[in-house]
Design a protein around this ligand. Structure first.
Ligand SMILES: Cc1cc2nc3c(=O)[nH]c(=O)nc-3n(C[C@H](O)[C@H](O)[C@H](O)COP(=O)(O)OP(=O)(O)OC[C@H]3O[C@@H](n4cnc5c(N)ncnc54)[C@H](O)[C@@H]3O)c2cc1C
Length: 386
């Protein structure tokens, strides 16, 4: 059997080779134009990388979360932004774990081939925020259909997706015993829905991230698009979030390494007061510190992935990995910007773009405070705070 480290190196090399076809100028232009990196995402799809987590029997590559995380890391390390397409890798998890065999056979092979994009998951609502049990979008059963009404916000990649996972209330909050009950998950065919009960309004935002407000007005969904058990949707979605957390941790590690690569190179070359700025401890130490923190976060990321792949509980590790990696990449971003001096603000150095991109991960898909609340309650046994 070959050494897993060798396999990982081969995987890294393959993803790096693909990313080399999309240099800094490509991502800079896409960012400046607020465009979607379609050519890049198409190339990743054709190479099969976004189908990493789909089992081979459904047409995917059947890789583990460890390998999937390496793919995401390498994209960000190469200067790209996996946020444009990471949903295609993990949103199908709800379908894979809770869909019926018929649903999986119908959808997964076409998602694996890239024929269909399942890039979006609609959970967040303006009135509920992080308190997901308070969402008010409803799906009411009428014969062989569900009729959806309500509103979502910050729903990403909808305009570059064919399918979307939707969380909606099927039993009113007042009628359930536990507030997490009564929510259900549906697979929405966006090609049929947009303009026929679903209106999409893009949100201009700090990063070049396609994200939207969604308005549902009597949108009809076939009843057999319900995934899993009616009323258990929140639990079905939560099941998949550990994978999402670990993958985003890996993206942050990739960002962090990109920042460290760039600033160490710059600090060796930039001469001020007759010597490289990197010769000053005042410059060296913050860079070294950021590097140390990225490496530590990386250990937690691999621990989370290893546990996930071994089907062991990994909620604490996945959350802690995401927390540490998002914090470390942000520290690295700050250091990289700071020691580029004025040039850090120039778009052609790409630092300001990556700086904006990595900042997102302390807020989405889950904010730092909510991770700390999870650790306090579920790891340390402190009383629930909300
Ligand atoms: C670019 C972008 C893309 C996104 N994509 C998606 C997507 O595809 N699908 C989707 O469903 N959502 C998406 N989101 C939403 C994202 O998951 C939420 O923004 C995030 O979970 C925080 O929710 P909120 O914005 O409603 O903040 P709020 O819940 O309003 O919280 C605001 C702040 O208060 C803090 N806070 C709230 N309650 C507490 C408490 N009890 N204790 C301590 N602190 C607290 C939070 O940590 C946060 O910092 C996206 C967001 C962004 C910005």
């Amino acid at each position: 059997m070959s050494d897993p480290d060798d396999e990982q190196l081969a995987l890294r090399d393959a993803v790096r080779n693909l990313c080399r076809q999309f240099p800094d100028e490509y991502f800079r232009k896409v960012d400046a134009e607020r465009a979607y990196p379609a050519a890049f995402v198409d190339a990743l799809t054709r190479a099969g990388w976004l189908a990493a987590l789909i089992p081979q029997e459904y047409g995917g590559s059947g890789l583990g979360l460890t390998e999937a995380s390496v793919i995401m890391e390498e994209i960000n390390r190469a200067g790209g932004n996996a946020g444009a397409c990471h949903g295609q890798m993990y949103n199908m998890g709800t379908l894979l774990r809770h869909g019926s065999e018929r649903q999986k056979r119908e959808w997964l092979p076409r998602i694996a081939s890239g024929e269909l994009r399942l890039q979006s998951m609609a959970v967040t609502e303006p009135g509920a925020g992080t308190d997901t049990t308070r969402i008010t979008t409803t799906a009411v059963r009428r014969g062989d259909r569900y009729v959806v009404n309500g509103q979502k916000v910050w729903i990403s990649r909808v305009l570059h997706s064919d399918l979307m996972i939707l969380l909606a209330r099927t039993t009113p909050l007042a009628e359930v015993v536990k507030k997490a009950d009564g929510l259900s998950v549906f697979l929405v065919d966006l090609r049929l829905a947009i303009g026929h009960g679903l209106t999409v309004r893009p949100i201009a935002n700090m990063v070049n991230h396609e994200t939207n407000e969604l308005f549902f007005e009597n949108l009809e969904i076939p009843a057999d698009h319900l995934i899993g058990t009616e009323g258990q949707g929140l639990r079905h979605i939560l099941d998949g979030l550990n994978a999402e957390r670990a993958l985003i941790a890996a993206e942050c590690i990739g960002d962090g390494r990109w920042f460290i690569d760039r600033i160490t190179r710059y600090a060796r070359e930039r001469v001020v007061f007759g010597r490289p700025i990197g010769q000053n401890q005042g410059v060296q130490f913050p860079i070294a510190e950021a590097h140390v923190e990225i490496e530590a976060a990386d250990l937690m990321r691999f621990d989370a992935c290893r546990r996930f792949d071994a089907r062991q509980p990994c909620g604490a590790q996945a959350n802690m990995a995401k927390y540490l990696a998002a914090k470390a990449s942000w520290e690295a971003a700050n250091v990289c910007l700071q020691y580029h001096g004025g040039y850090g603000f120039a778009s052609e150095y790409d630092v300001e773009r990556k700086f904006r991109e990595t900042r997102l991960y302390q807020v989405a898909p889950i904010s730092t405070n909510l991770i700390l609340a999870h650790v306090a309650e579920h790891v340390l046994g402190l009383p629930r705070s909300f």
